[in-house]
Ligand binder design. Structure first.
Ligand code: ATP
Ligand code: MG
Length: 557
């Protein structure tokens, strides 16, 4: 037991203590509370693994709650994608809730605050209110509307909701403490006017609660025991607690129960950004090809790129949960998917930039079926056959007319092994009118067939290849990091640091015939080139592959 404790993260330790104390009669309830204003990213996966993971581990429940308090930014498209992504990660929610379901309760609570003299309608602009906030060391200025009669505030609050008040002309503020060292206590705005239909409640409401006025109370209405979120909400916690205290005065029947909030460090990754607002900008301005662009840090983008749920779980487990902000090297994420696919992906051959190789002493029309092991890490995956013929495709960069001493690939007079086949010696090449290499010639040594007893000779280089008649055309999309600098979030304009070479499309690739039946999202290792998966844009006649990740970290190449 003591041993085990060492492997627990700090929130699991808290939960175990609470269970030992019998808090909330041993009930564990968490929630994942996204705002449906964009697609989920890898940072959200960290929160999801925590919220759902805790419930799973301690026999509790985790609900999915959409914090939909800002209709202008939210949409059902996002609601649907969020549900799909959570399920893809392998989690199941107990219930789906929406903060908008609580609009009536929140409205009544706001009315009660006004009646208790703890909230008032301010007619100043948001800018004016912000100017009067003061600074952490200097008290703010009291609003001239702060002590207006309760009846007046009540009447105006109703008018706000009836559509009689233009946006920005009035707001409901909690009357707390304009001198509090916590800026969130300086009469925060709790309701504002929005004349834009809500994706669920339509035009029923015109006065909308602020996120801070909805979040903690939603937890309370649902019976959340552990409200887990990221560190930036730590300073909001006392305000959430204040609202709950006020709410409890009105609901004495609820006894001792209250949700408690715990904060962990958010995930930041190098060479990418983690803000939904900025990701939306990339999509809207056409700087990427949609939310599921394989360069995006979104879960839908990572899935399309070939990431597996297991690779994401392993990554989240490796980085862990702490109270310290950090910037995680994206190479760690790439390592996780490489590690996972290494054990799972079938090895096949593909040539991205094909150059013809003719084996001049190999009979025309002859076909040999060579055995290709599917995965050397897992014998149970078996093997498949790959056709060997007189005409082959090899990688253009695997040939050099005049090679330096350490170039152990194809060059005139030099020997190389063709993977799963024979040793061949390059005997010449042909150039086109522009001086480009058009074709290479070689002779094979029949005594060197892979896997046969007579094949004793060894050569330094092994090349991958596919047969000209027994390969099929494909498009291959090679990805690099989305940004050219480590921390684009810190720049004035993150768009200026986009990596112009983040996508290279190769339209003439050839892949072995075995891949004819490959389905969207299937993953493979292309020998020597990396892990690739089938893009859903593929058609029956045209396969498209995405490079998920190269075989080695580029820094160590
Ligand atoms: P963004 O900053 O990208 O707009 P957000 O915090 O506004 O994200 P929400 O939809 O409110 O997005 O987030 C839902 C949950 O996911 C919250 O509990 C939030 O703390 C958590 N979360 C968001 N971003 C990260 C991150 N980078 N790392 C860990 N958790 C995150
Ligand atoms: Mg948020």
């Amino acid at each position: 037991m003591e041993e085990n404790k060492k492997n627990l993260n700090f929130i699991e330790l808290i939960v175990e203590k609470d269970l030992a104390k019998g808090l909330n009669e041993g009930r564990i309830q968490t929630r994942f509370p996204p705002e449906p204003n964009g697609y989920l990213h890898i940072g959200h996966a960290k929160a999801i693994c925590m919220d759902f993971g805790i419930a799973q581990k301690y026999d509790g429940i985790c609900n999915l709650r959409f914090d939909d308090t800002n209709p202008t930014k939210e949409d059902v498209e996002y609601v649907d994608s969020i549900m799909e992504d959570i399920q893809w990660l392998g989690y199941h929610w107990e219930n789906i809730y929406y903060a908008s379901d609580y609009f009536p309760q929140l409205w009544n609570f706001a009315i009660q605050l006004i009646q208790a003299g703890k909230a008032y309608i301010d007619e100043q602009s948001a800018e004016e209110i912000a100017r009067q906030k003061g600074s952490p060391t200097q008290a703010g200025t009291l609003s001239p509307y702060r002590d207006r009669p309760i009846e007046e505030s009540l009447k105006l609050f109703h008018q706000m909701n009836e559509g009689l008040i233009p946006e920005g002309k009035m707001a409901l503020r909690a009357k707390i403490d304009m001198a509090s060292p916590n800026m969130h206590f300086r009469d925060p705005i709790i309701y504002r006017v929005i004349h834009y239909p809500h994706h669920r409640t339509g035009t029923q409401w015109r006065a909308y609660p602020m996120y801070d006025f909805a979040h903690g109370q939603s937890d309370y209405f649902e019976g959340v025991t552990h409200s887990i979120c990221t560190l930036e909400f730590e300073v909001h916690r006392p305000l959430y607690d204040w609202f709950i205290d006020e709410l409890k005065i009105m609901r004495p029947e609820d006894g001792d129960y209250r949700p408690r909030q715990f904060e962990f460090n958010r995930l930041n990754l190098t060479y990418t950004i983690m803000s939904k607002r900025k990701l939306l900008q990339l999509v809207q301005e056409g700087l990427v090809n949609g939310w599921d662009d394989p360069r995006m840090p979104t879960l839908t983008g990572l899935r399309r790129r070939g990431y597996t749920p297991e690779s994401i779980h392993n990554f989240i487990h490796k980085i862990g949960y702490t109270k310290f902000e950090a910037l995680i090297d994206i190479a760690l994420l790439e390592h996780s998917v490489r590690e996972d696919l290494n054990g799972k992906a079938k090895r096949v051959s593909a040539v991205i930039d094909p150059l013809k190789l003719t084996i001049v002493n190999y009979p025309e029309g002859k076909i040999e079926r060579m055995e290709a092991v599917n995965n050397p890490e897992d014998e149970s995956m078996g093997s498949h056959e790959i056709a060997f013929t007189r005409e082959l495709w090899i990688e253009r960069e695997d040939f050099m007319e005049t090679a330096p001493p350490k170039f152990f690939r194809m060059a005139p007079g030099q020997e190389v092994r063709l993977k799963n086949a024979y040793i061949v010696r390059c005997t010449g090449f042909k150039k086109d009118a522009n001086g480009n290499i058009e074709e290479i010639f070689a002779e094979y040594d029949p005594q060197t067939k892979s896997g046969t007893p007579e094949s004793k000779r060894k050569v330094k280089g092994t090349l991958h290849w596919v047969s000209v008649p027994y390969s099929i055309p494909a498009e291959v999309r090679l990805y690099d990091r989305l940004f050219k600098i480590e921390n684009p979030a810190e720049e004035k304009d993150f768009r200026e640091c986009l990596n112009p070479n983040s996508l290279a499309i190769k339209t003439n690739a050839r892949v072995e015939k075995e891949l004819e039946t490959a389905q969207p999202f299937d993953s493979f290792q292309f020998q020597r080139l990396g892990y690739f998966n089938v893009d859903p844009d593929s058609t029956e006649n045209r396969l498209i592959f995405n490079r998920t990740v190269s075989l080695k970290d580029s820094k160590n190449k």
